[in-house]
Structure formats: C-alpha cells, structure tokens
Ligand binder design. Structure first.
Ligand SMILES: *[C@@H]1O[C@H](CO)[C@@H](O)[C@H](O)[C@H]1NC(C)=O
Ligand SMILES: *[C@@H]1O[C@H](CO)[C@@H](O)[C@H](O)[C@H]1NC(C)=O
Ligand SMILES: *[C@@H]1O[C@H](CO)[C@@H](O)[C@H](O)[C@H]1NC(C)=O
Length: 277
C-alpha cells in the first residue's frame, strides 16, 4: 500500500510534458554553396540544444516560397523543445542580394553562420557538382577550361566564379547585420580537423560546451572525418568530397591570381585572414 501511494505521489510530481513545436530559426547557415554547409549542420546537430531542419528550405531566395509567408516557413521547421535553437541551412542565401534584408525583417538578432573554403577550390567543386548532375541526366557539359576561360581571360560571366567573390556578397550582408552577428567557419579547417572549428561555433552560439573530440573519427578509406553520435556512426554522403577535374596548371595559376585581390578585399571587410592560396 505504501509503495502504491509513493508510486502515485511520484507520478503526480513528474513535471508536465514540455511542448515540442516548430520554431522559426534562431540560427541560419547562409552559405556558401560547396563550402561544407551539410557537414556543418550535421556536426551542429550533435548538440542536444540544436534542432536542425532536414532540407534546404530556400525561403528567402525563392519567390514562390517567400510569398507563402512566415507561417509556411514555420511549417518547414523541425519540432523543437523551448530550450532548443532551430537551425536551417540554404547555401544559396549568401549569394542572393535580396536575402539579407528579408532575414533582417524577420529577426534582427538572428545568428548567421557562413562556411567558406578557398575560392578557387570552391569554383572547381561547384563545377564538379554541376558536371555530375548533368552526367546523371545523360547530358553533355562543357569541359572546365572552356567555362573558366574566355578569349584567354578569366570568364567573369561564369556564375560559379562570381559565387567565390566573397567580398561582393559579404558587403550586402553587412548592410543589414553587424560583423558580430556573422560567424565565419573555415571550411578547409572543418574538413581537416572538425573539433576545434566546432568549439568556436558552440562559443559563438553561446551553447553549453558539449561537442567533444570523441564525436569525430577519421575514416581512412574515405579520407574524411565521420561522426559518432551516442554510439551511432555516420559519414557524409559519398557525393561530398568528390575528386575535382584536372585543370591545366596554367589555368589554375590564373585562377589563383584572379582571386588574390578579391580575397584581400574580403579579409579587410571581415578583419580576418584565411590561408587561401
Ligand atoms: C556578381 O554577382 C553580384 C550579385 O549577384 C553582381 O552584383 C555582380 O555584378 C556580379 N559580378 C560580376 C563580375 O559578374
Ligand atoms: C563526449 O560526449 C559524449 C556524449 O556525446 C560523452 O558520452 C563522453 O563522455 C564525452 N567525452 C569526453 C571525453 O568528454
Ligand atoms: C568508412 O568509409 C567507407 C567508404 O565510404 C565505408 O564503406 C565504411 O563503412 C566507413 N567506415 C566507418 C567505420 O565509418
């Protein structure tokens, strides 16, 4: 009898269930395409205080989505507990000039994560992705040299090249958000050694330190780190880290040279340098 009463008492004392419902994002991973946004959101999901949207929502950059309004955006978000921060990633946000203003209108205090890689590497990665997409659809695609170079000069009309002009796009963001609201993740470092970069992300987001070195292990076959989450191991999709096409050294050199000035401008803009070639 006493045990039954105690049991009832303990049952009654249990806190009511905490409601779990979608929340508008507190954090956005805004880009850059081929910068490592998937790896970043997967690694951020290791933290128990983070609820991540599964898909790239394209709310702020696609008119057909944006016109549906915030209730629709909310409906795309994962269920989250009140103490969790919701994060969404759409890499195209960074290079879309109308997006910063729209995000600012939703939430002036939102925390933005931008993951960048060496601009030249990023262009080659961008090309590679389009190349494989075309291949899958049995469509032809131009060799890399012919999209990169036009009449002996770097082809400024090539969109992938423009996406790597980080300072151009960053200027748009800084019109609406202070630098303190934008944390730049070094994508090359995140691949090479994820743990220190993730600690910086935790600090920026003011999350309790929780992600630790044992969350990562190196897979020699892949040549990349994989994740360990409560004993479950998972690696990123095989399409990540595909080999780049061979580019003639002279063109590669031209590309590195081309990005020299834009990179310098970007470093000045953000008050920080990166070890890009
Ligand atoms: C690159 O893109 C930005 C934003 O879309 C645009 O304003 C700029 O003119 C482009 N630059 C070049 C060289 O095409
Ligand atoms: C790392 O985190 C896991 C839970 O994610 C925990 O079980 C483990 O004890 C932690 N390891 C260290 C060294 O703190
Ligand atoms: C390592 O990567 C290989 C190749 O992708 C994969 O088949 C294997 O399951 C991975 N092993 C672990 C422990 O993650």
């Amino acid at each position: 009898m006493a045990a039954l009463l105690l049991g009832l008492l303990l049952f009654a004392m249990q806190s009511p269930p905490i409601p779990s419902r979608p929340q508008l994002p507190h954090i956005l991973i805004i880009g850059v395409r081929k910068g490592g946004t998937r790896a970043l959101i997967e690694m951020l999901s290791l933290h128990s205080s983070v609820a991540a949207a599964q898909n790239e929502v394209h709310f702020f950059d696609w008119e057909s989505h944006f016109q549906r309004g915030l209730p629709w955006y909310l409906s795309q978000m994962p269920y989250a507990f009140p103490d969790q921060l919701t994060v969404e990633k759409t890499p195209a946000y960074f290079t879309s000039s109308k997006v910063p203003k729209r995000i600012h209108q939703m939430n002036t205090d939102i925390k933005l994560l931008l993951i960048l890689r060496d601009p030249t590497e990023r262009v080659l990665s961008d090309y590679t992705q389009v190349f494989y997409n075309r291949l899958q659809k049995h469509k032809r695609y131009q060799p890399i040299e012919s999209v990169l170079v036009k009449d002996g000069e770097i082809n400024l009309g090539y969109k992938a090249l423009n996406r790597s002009l980080y300072y151009v796009h960053m200027q748009n963001w800084l019109q609406y958000f202070p630098l303190e609201s934008i944390h730049i993740v070094d994508g090359d470092e995140l691949i090479r050694d994820p743990f220190p970069e993730m600690k910086k992300v935790e600090r920026f987001l003011k999350l309790e330190p929780q992600i630790n070195a044992s969350n990562f292990y190196f897979n020699k076959t892949k040549g990349f780190y994989c994740l360990r989450d409560h004993g479950r191991e998972r690696c990123l999709h095989d399409s990540k880290g595909r080999a780049h096409p061979h580019v003639a050294p002279a063109i590669l050199q031209k590309l590195y040279q081309f990005f020299h000035e834009p990179n310098k401008k970007f470093f000045e803009l953000v008050g920080r340098t990166f070890t890009w070639k």
